[in-house]
Ligand binder design. Sequence first.
Ligand SMILES: Cc1cc2nc3c(=O)[nH]c(=O)nc-3n(C[C@H](O)[C@H](O)[C@H](O)COP(=O)(O)OP(=O)(O)OC[C@H]3O[C@@H](n4cnc5c(N)ncnc54)[C@H](O)[C@@H]3O)c2cc1C
Length: 404
Amino acid sequence: MDNTYDIVIIGGGLIGTSLAVALRDLPYRVAVVDAYPFGAEKQPAYDDRALALSYSSSQIFRGMGVWEQVLTGLTPINTIHISDKGHFGATRLHAEQEKVPALGYLVESRVLGAHLHEAMAASSPDYITPAKVVAVDADDKGVELQLEGGDNIPKTLSCKLLVAADGANSTIRQLMGVEASRHDYEQSAVIANVTPEKTHQNIAYERFTTKGPIALLPMTKNRCSLVWTFPKEDVARGMALDDGAFLQELQEAFGYRLGRFLKVGKRTGFPLALVKSQSILAQNTVFIGNAAQSLHPVAGQGLNLGLRDVAQLVELLTKKEHTLGSVDQLNTYQDARQADREAVMHYTNTLISVFCNDSFLLGHARASGLMLFDRIAPLRRLLSRQGMGARFSHTRLARGLPPL
Ligand SMILES: Cc1cc2nc3c(=O)[nH]c(=O)nc-3n(C[C@H](O)[C@H](O)[C@H](O)COP(=O)(O)OP(=O)(O)OC[C@H]3O[C@@H](n4cnc5c(N)ncnc54)[C@H](O)[C@@H]3O)c2cc1C
């Protein structure tokens, strides 16, 4: 086996796999390395979470040529309804006002992961798994990697460009000595699917309560995906409640907009932190997706932002003016991604500090803010365009076009 590649992607999660698929028509020899094969319980692309895809992510999948497959199992979001428990005021964002078919789409992580893995298998980069990277040696000529894994796994690989898509606790970051800052929100998200009495009518609800925000997102079979963010000290209690008591607490916090909650599926808890890589570059290496920034899920932006990392990187890799993995190429990538990353991190942090705060005054301020948003079209449009990722959709993929 020839172990020399142009590009090696570490991490076959949703972002690493998306990059491999997006690169399929470009003239590079590509390998994807993952510690766990797709389908293994520990592989995050295979877990239970439901993800809200922005309209710009749908365009990226269209540009990658996988939208028709990804569409199976998606639920469109036509309206986003944002409210604050105990205060008047709600804001509604509508797809028609934005002149788009949907404000976003809901998809189960394992369903999206399966579509992407199928497309990756058809585009045949070398998929090396189960294999962990244990050492990295990089200079301006390229990167040498040492792997540990099963019998058929090569011990070493080399490449000109290394892409770290290995998640929030990136091993590549640690091996290359890149620092990361970690802000613990002292909160955990409990996720589960719930079935309400009334039909969800493709409305996504975001409700802010003193216990933490509740997102209820429309899914197939009239289920809603619940992401309920609890203070850290409450999460064990929330997880330990029996289904009936859990639904009753949810009912109390959310109210009766969807009628009674009838059923809840398996609950999973995720501790929440913002992990931000101090740099998204290292020698001949770029960090993308959660390896670059891992966000609080309240605004549903992590995957969407990571897909725009993919779109930008692919755009650059189609241009002939840079040598693969060169300082120039990597700096151009970094400059192009900075504004989007900063804006999304700022937006997510603002949502958390304003809405996950039970101060009386802030409560009134945000309630009037919501009413204002509901009445002032340009402000509302800004909020929905932020959620859709439209402000940073200049790449070919993000405009729904193939990379070449
Ligand atoms: C509860 C919750 C809800 C969310 N909801 C949304 C949402 O609605 N919308 C949205 O846009 N985002 C959402 N997100 C965020 C989104 O899930 C992530 O941003 C996205 O899945 C990150 O994908 P990734 O491929 O970058 O990283 P990961 O999914 O972490 O994948 C990393 C991969 O690298 C592999 N790996 C790790 N270390 C090594 C190693 N040493 N060697 C080889 N392989 C390795 C792992 O096995 C894994 O396959 C949510 C997150 C949570 C927790």
